[in-house]
Design a protein around this ligand. Structure first.
Ligand SMILES: Cc1cc2nc3c(=O)[nH]c(=O)nc-3n(C[C@H](O)[C@H](O)[C@H](O)COP(=O)(O)OP(=O)(O)OC[C@H]3O[C@@H](n4cnc5c(N)ncnc54)[C@H](O)[C@@H]3O)c2cc1C
Length: 485
């Protein structure tokens, strides 16, 4: 028996009733849920976004349901392009709110595999903004859509299905704000955007379906983050620097200017080599990184808060596409499908790619096909998942099958990183793949592979202009030695 449900929209009550036809419920108002709501609204559906958290129109700070939001959230250029496609002018809007924007290789410093990438213009625009600010900007734009309603402080407890359990017909909801009893909300489509902690595997069991197999890559990653007030010129005019882990030292860090004239610094370590959260230990950890720019900057700055930690034990991929049974009308998206090691910065871009796929997938009448949907989300995840597996397994100690392909690609990428320190063309080629603008196969083109393989010989000769002031003589010499080795 389906009952009418009324939900609070901000401070106003919204009555929701009927059989749910023409209605889509999005469970979770994070990045994936907001983008899903945006594309479903094009289908003339009534879209309801439910979230456990409360978020009024002005809410722009960190929130409980997204604890990762306190840490650096780099928006890859491909993700930014998609956001711009869905919300024209959003980059300008963020810049107007104080977020720096510019080119990934011309305005920020990339250090990967122990090498500082050559400085050049890569035509890869990115914008540096905190996760809460980005989410608030997207939420604000979604709020403008006449057929999207936000229902905060709603805990979704389970699925409602047809009697044969083949189709999802809605969700069971508990409104937290007033402690009301459980209610049923009917819908023709339910999008699971609950993130990594998605309850769908449990809910599938409750309706007699097997949960998906989970693949894991255990990296035992730890983050610690702090905000600083720093001089604008602290990175010589750059507004960001990233140091990835190396096989010899599985730690790294990111320092980036964000809105509000603040800098965010996130330090990280894999394999339990976690950054400390006491202020001195935090700065010492920054000093221990291969390149000195983060540590030096912190010593020049004024901390605005204390370090806070986040543990990320493993990347997790749920293999929904391999299930024999899955109910129609339920569409998992974003981190609910795959939660990736965040040091690669791919999660929001994957959510954006999923949203574009959802736009193509859902028919004008709100129809969908579960099997097709699960296959297309899995195809999107294949690329970043392989990048994470390959990158993590390049670190000795990370457990997982090091197949011949993984070992070969690992060795190639290590040489590419070294070569990219001196060859701007290779730096661009790698950055475009990392930014998810080009597919990884682009790095295997014969012309690119030849440059990587020849870099060893070129490194033996003096490289004109290699010791540009921003590359620094120390780094360049080290790179040349390493390539020549
Ligand atoms: C430490 C860390 C750093 C990261 N850094 C980056 C980065 O640099 N770049 C990047 O692109 N990505 C990054 N990510 C990944 C990124 O946070 C996610 O991939 C992205 O936000 C998409 O997530 P989502 O919307 O699927 O889930 P989430 O953002 O986790 O949102 C899930 C939402 O669902 C709600 N919810 C959950 N359960 C229920 C329920 N039962 N009822 C109602 N509501 C519910 C929650 O309140 C929350 O709002 C990082 C992740 C972590 C952990």
């Amino acid at each position: 028996m389906v009952r009418t449900c009324s939900l609070a929209r901000d401070d106003e009550e919204v009555a929701v009733d009927g059989d749910g036809e023409g209605r889509a419920v999005v469970v979770g108002g994070g990045i994936a849920g907001l983008l899903a709501a945006r594309v479903l609204a094009e289908r003339e559906l009534d879209v309801l976004v439910l979230d456990r958290d409360g978020f009024g129109p002005d809410r722009s700070g960190p929130r409980r349901g997204v604890p990762q939001g306190r840490h650096i959230h780099a928006l890859l250029p491909r993700g930014r392009q998609i956001l711009e496609q869905l919300f024209a002018g959003i980059t300008r809007q963020l810049v107007d709110a104080g977020a720096p924007s510019g080119d990934l290789l011309a305005d920020t410093r990339l250090h990967l595999g122990g090498h500082r990438f050559a400085r050049t213009h890569a035509d890869l625009t990115t914008v540096s903004v905190s996760r809460p600010c980005l989410e608030a900007a997207i939420r604000g734009r979604v709020r403008e859509l006449y057929n999207v309603t936000f229902a905060p402080a709603c805990d979704v407890l389970g699925l409602v299905t047809t009697p044969d359990r083949r189709r999802v017909r809605g969700v069971r909801v508990l409104r937290r704000a007033d402690g009301s009893a459980e209610e049923v909300l009917t819908a023709g489509l339910v999008v699971d955007a609950m993130g990594r902690g998605s309850r769908t595997p449990r809910w599938l069991r409750q309706i007699g379906c097997a949960p998906p197999r989970e693949e894991r890559v255990v990296s035992d990653l730890g983050y610690a983050t702090r905000h600083y007030r720093l001089p604008h010129e602290v990175l010589g005019g750059d507004w960001g620097t990233l140091q990835g882990p190396t096989s010899a030292r599985p730690r790294g860090g990111v320092l980036a200017r964000i809105e509000g004239d603040r800098w965010i610094v996130t330090l990280f370590g894999l394999l339990a080599d976690h950054p400390p959260t006491d202020p001195e230990g935090f700065v010492d950890f920054a000093d221990s990184l291969t390149f000195p720019d983060v540590g030096r900057a912190l010593r020049a700055g004024e901390p605005l808060d204390g370090p806070i930690a986040f543990r990320f034990p493993a990347s997790v991929r749920r293999r929904y596409e391999r299930l024999r049974r899955f109910p129609e009308g339920l569409l998992p998206i974003g981190d609910a499908v795959c939660s990736l090691n965040p040091i690669y910065g791919q999660g929001m871009t994957v959510a954006a790619l999923h949203a574009l796929a959802l736009r193509d997938h859902v028919g004008p009448d709100g129809s969908s096909d579960a099997r097709q949907w699960l296959r297309s989300t899995a195809r999107i995840v294949d690329v970043p998942w392989d990048m994470v597996v390959g990158g993590d397994l390049a670190i000795p100690g990370v457990e997982g099958p090091r197949t011949a392909k993984v070992r070969l690609l690992g060795a190639y990428v290590a040489r590419l990183h070294a070569a990219a320190a001196l060859d701007p063309g290779l730096a661009v080629a790698f950055a475009r793949v990392m930014a998810m603008v080009d597919p990884p196969e682009a790095l295997l083109r014969p012309s690119t592979a030849a440059r990587v393989l020849l870099a060893r010989q070129r490194a033996a000769r003096p490289v004109p202009g290699a010791s540009s002031p921003r590359t620094g003589p120390d780094a360049t010499e080290r790179v040349q030695e390493e390539i020549a080795r």
